[in-house]
Ligand binder design. Sequence first.
Ligand code: ADP
Ligand code: TZP
Length: 279
Amino acid sequence: MTSALPAHPADLAVACGAALDDLRTRTPLVQCLTNEVTTNLVANALLAVGASPAMASVPGEAEELAGAAGAVLVNLGTPGPDQRASMGATVAAASGAGVPWVLDPVAVGVLAVRTRLAGHLLAERPAVVRGNASEVRALAGFVSAGRGVDARDDVEAAADAADALARLTGGAVAVSGPVDLVSDARGQVRLAVGDPLLTAVTGAGCALGGLVAAFTAVAPARTAAVAATTALGLAAERAARGARGPASFQVGLVDELYRLTPADLAARVGTAQQVGVPA
Ligand SMILES: Nc1ncnc2c1ncn2[C@@H]1O[C@H](COP(=O)(O)OP(=O)(O)O)[C@@H](O)[C@H]1O
Ligand SMILES: Cc1ncsc1CCOP(=O)(O)O
């Protein structure tokens, strides 16, 4: 982690732009234990912002790579036997080596095996938890309306859960939705950014988890969460303009992540931030 934690909204915008610049210069290795549905989109999103993705799930190799990576992503979307056997050692190796790791608790609260697994993994204190509102509520022990991988709770209904999780981990928690929320010990940031087409392709949330991980390699947790959320959201806004539907939108999304500049990102972080708690 390199940049200082920014205090003011304008400082946060500048820090996010600087983080994208750092990412493109340093091309950090991001070791991903992620699901088999969306792994290609996650890898391409990471490449598009300048990171170097590696999906190594085999027990032994997974933790070996985690200790040498710039950041680690653990996404619980399809936790098969290899991943279940390697996740604990992978996050322990990351924590032991001072490598930040991100937990994406896909469908936690809906399915028992991954809900238990997520509870164990939390003990290794992820730098960022990135989930939708239902997942964040469930992970924090709140009653959740989640069904499958999609949220059935509003982002604002997960605000207290996000704060509680952030206190537990000492890191940041990013709740995705129409207006995203990032919580850490210093408070909450709300970001009005993105396009509804993000909900029409599978893997937008997973790609966001990957991007958050990439940014944690070069920036503190809150800056990383805000930068990744805004990068994906801005790319989506631009991709939506030329899209004929979800498939061309997904192609355009990767193109727009690739074309994003630090100045673009800093400017959109500036305009995306919402002041005050919505009624
Ligand atoms: N209605 C919406 N309008 C604009 N952006 C959205 C909307 N819903 C979700 N997003 C964005 O889509 C991305 C994935 O969020 P989400 O769909 O909540 O994740 P998940 O796939 O984990 O359920 C985030 O960047 C979020 O900001
Ligand atoms: C459909 C599905 N099933 C298990 S993982 C997965 C992908 C979920 O991706 P996202 O929540 O990012 O759309």
